[in-house]
Design a protein around this ligand. Structure first.
Ligand SMILES: Nc1ncnc2c1ncn2[C@@H]1O[C@H](COP(=O)(O)OP(=O)(O)O)[C@@H](O)[C@H]1O
Ligand SMILES: [Mg+2]
Length: 274
């Protein structure tokens, strides 16, 4: 009997080990798949602008042979310039993402005034919104607690979200930024737009690295598809959360929850706000 039960225990143990091994294998396969998808997307994103640079610089070099007109020279130089700038943006974003994902990302921590940070980002975006005929409004009550965080990283996160709101809203639309204290231990920030919105499927695509809902060839110059994942990671590094709600043709709402200076745990606030 003793022997039987030890045999049984062995069998159970073996079974468990096998199950654990299988889970680990599936997990690493998934991680590899995500990694190779990332690399293949990245290569595509780098190759497209590089081809522009190579192709048009070649044409310019053969100006005599091809009888390139003056205004064409200017046009091609501008295409090369835009492609190079885009390339730099993609590379900077990729470096950011991989730094964040490596887990070795360090944040500067100082006391920050959320209102002031958001207002600065609104001011930064003002001319772009005006040019696009979009009303850009900030509305902040006076009782928003300070948060502890990294100013430049939060600037980057808010800039990414706010630029999307402006970019994906049609003329005549509105972008509104608001903030509110939550339970004495967190601050909620709302960035709402009356823009093109997303279906649930599109929203999923949007949140993936390089994910752009309208993946048409003309879109590549307008962004890298890394803005949202970077913003979300930066917020999470601060112990916060970022959630997106969207309705096609109605608008999008991004809710960012950040722990305030004297917070203990975000778990409670998380349950009540999001
Ligand atoms: N406020 C928004 N309204 C509608 N679509 C949005 C909004 N924000 C993001 N998206 C969608 O999510 C995609 C990914 O956004 P993001 O990661 O910032 O990349 P990018 O701005 O470079 O395209 C966008 O291309 C767009 O399709
Ligand atoms: Mg963006």
């Amino acid at each position: 009997m003793g022997e039987y039960s030890s045999l049984l225990a062995d069998a159970v143990l073996r079974q468990r080990t096998r199950a654990a091994e299988q889970t680990a294998r599936l997990e690493s396969e998934l991680a590899n798949k995500v990694k190779s998808e990332f690399i293949s997307n990245m290569s595509h994103e780098l190759r497209t602008p590089l081809n522009t640079v190579i192709g048009f610089s070649k044409i310019l070099a053969e100006q005599d042979l091809r009888q390139v007109q003056n205004e064409e020279v200017v046009e091609y130089a501008n295409l090369i310039h835009d492609a190079a700038i885009h390339l730099l943006t993609v590379i900077n974003d990729i470096l950011d993402i991989s730094k964040i994902q490596s887990g070795r990302y360090t944040l500067e921590a100082s006391e920050l005034d959320v209102k002031e940070i958001l207002q600065a980002q609104i001011d930064e975006m003002r001319s772009q919104a005006t040019a696009a005929q979009i009303e850009l409004i900030g509305n902040f009550p006076s009782d928003i607690p300070e948060i502890r965080g990294d100013r430049s990283k939060l600037d980057q996160a808010f800039a990414n979200i706010l630029s999307n709101a402006v970019k994906f809203t049609r003329p005549g639309g509105m972008v509104k930024v608001e903030a509110a204290p939550v339970n004495d231990d967190a601050v909620a920030i709302f960035i709402r737009d009356t823009g093109i919105g997303m279906t649930p499927d599109e929203l999923q695509i949007a949140q993936q690295p390089f994910g752009q809902v309208d993946g048409s060839r003309t879109r590549w110059r307008e962004g890298t598809g890394l803005g949202l994942p970077i913003a979300k990671s930066l917020v999470e590094l601060h112990g916060g959360e970022l959630e997106i709600r969207s309705q096609k043709d109605v608008g999008t709402e991004v809710v960012i929850l950040l722990p305030s200076r004297n917070h203990v745990s975000t778990a409670h606030a998380r349950d009540t706000v999001l």
